[in-house]
Design a protein around this ligand. Structure first.
Ligand SMILES: Cc1cc2nc3c(=O)[nH]c(=O)nc-3n(C[C@H](O)[C@H](O)[C@H](O)COP(=O)(O)OP(=O)(O)OC[C@H]3O[C@@H](n4cnc5c(N)ncnc54)[C@H](O)[C@@H]3O)c2cc1C
Length: 304
């Protein structure tokens, strides 16, 4: 089984860009399709008088609408990512109500990162401060408990809740053991599955699963997989996602003469990774498609 993760298109593009992206992949019958969430960014726009104005810009809006469109268009489950950053608990509740009305009952709850111009994550004054907090809010709604205290016997939602896990440790955690302790808290609070950060060395995933099991984390752990298709990613991926590129892969990439060769190598690497994971019986192979549906198609068609 496979699943795919997509980004909402940049503002100005239409839903057809999502269909163009997913059409080549849909024949592989994904179990679900995740849609990421991107908080607004603070930008400084130059005004006519030469001074600058601070504006909040959301470059990739539309997560909820895209999920509804995907479910309607392809009859495939869509999983919106929900983040804490930028939302009060009441706004989150309203978003959850929208999702419930749309029949979207599977969510991946995340804390989100700090905005680009800030050094650490700060929750909204009345917002959730961690994925665990957000998870508890969704779980409460599943029990009919709303933020509005005067709602008695509130309708119960039925969200299946996923959380993130990091085979190479979350970058803020002091060590993997501590990170796992916090992951266990999310599981104890009701997370039903874990989707991992991307990794390029399967051994890291296998070790992570083993450690999770040792810590009593017994829910499915879905491996997140991403193709490498250009040389720049050798430094960008470790910087942005805090993951290692194995030496065999990085030395192979360094020998490539152009990005076409890198894409070929990255595709072969991902096919091998996927084959081994499939053989090991992972629940689903989850591909971060991030603008590369053709590469993912080339990988998945070798496997299924
Ligand atoms: C599969 C996947 C999908 C993602 N999708 C998105 C997306 O769509 N949009 C987006 O903005 N970001 C996304 N992210 C990135 C994610 O938001 C960041 O990695 C963020 O920094 C952490 O989110 P989290 O849910 O893991 O946070 P948390 O689980 O809240 O953990 C954050 C940090 O706090 C630590 N921690 C947890 N509990 C405690 C505690 N009680 N005391 C002290 N420390 C604690 C953890 O060890 C960790 O270091 C995604 C990540 C993954 C792996």
């Amino acid at each position: 089984m496979v699943s795919f993760e997509i980004l909402p298109p940049l503002k100005g593009k239409t839903i057809s860009s999502i269909y163009d992206h997913l059409d080549p992949l849909i024949e592989f019958k994904p179990a679900f399709i995740n849609v990421t969430y991107h908080r607004s960014e603070t930008m400084f726009k130059k005004k006519q008088d030469g001074t600058f104005e601070k504006v909040e810009v959301r470059k990739r809006p539309g997560t909820v609408g895209i999920c509804a469109a995907i479910m309607n268009h392809y009859q495939v489950d869509a999983v919106p990512h929900l983040i804490c950053g930028g939302f009060s608990k009441r706004e989150t509740e309203d978003a959850l109500i929208d999702l419930n009305f749309l029949g979207i009952d599977n969510v991946l709850v995340l804390r989100g990162d700090a905005p680009k111009n800030e050094s650490s994550f700060e929750p909204e004054p009345d917002g959730n401060s961690s994925a665990l907090d957000l998870l508890k809010q969704v779980r409460n709604l599943n029990h009919g408990i709303y933020q509005e205290e005067d709602i008695k016997n509130g309708g119960k939602t039925d969200f299946c809740i996923g959380v993130a896990g990091y085979p190479e440790k979350h970058f803020e955690a002091p060590n993997l053991e501590t990170d796992l302790m916090f992951l266990k808290e999310k599981v104890d609070a009701g997370a039903e599955y874990i989707t991992t950060q991307m990794f390029f060395d399967n051994q890291k995933y296998f070790d992570f699963v083993k450690l999770c099991r040792k810590h009593g984390i017994d829910i499915p752990i879905i491996p997140g997989l991403k193709p490498i298709s250009n040389k720049k990613q050798m430094s960008i991926l470790p910087k942005v996602f805090h993951v290692d590129i194995p030496t065999d892969l990085s030395s192979g990439i360094m020998k490539c003469r152009n990005d076409e060769e890198v894409e070929k190598l990255g595709t072969e690497w991902l096919i091998e990774q996927s084959r081994e994971l499939k053989k090991a019986g992972v629940p689903v192979l989850h591909y971060y498609t991030l603008g590369k549906p053709r590469v993912i198609r080339n990988v998945v068609k070798e496997l299924f």
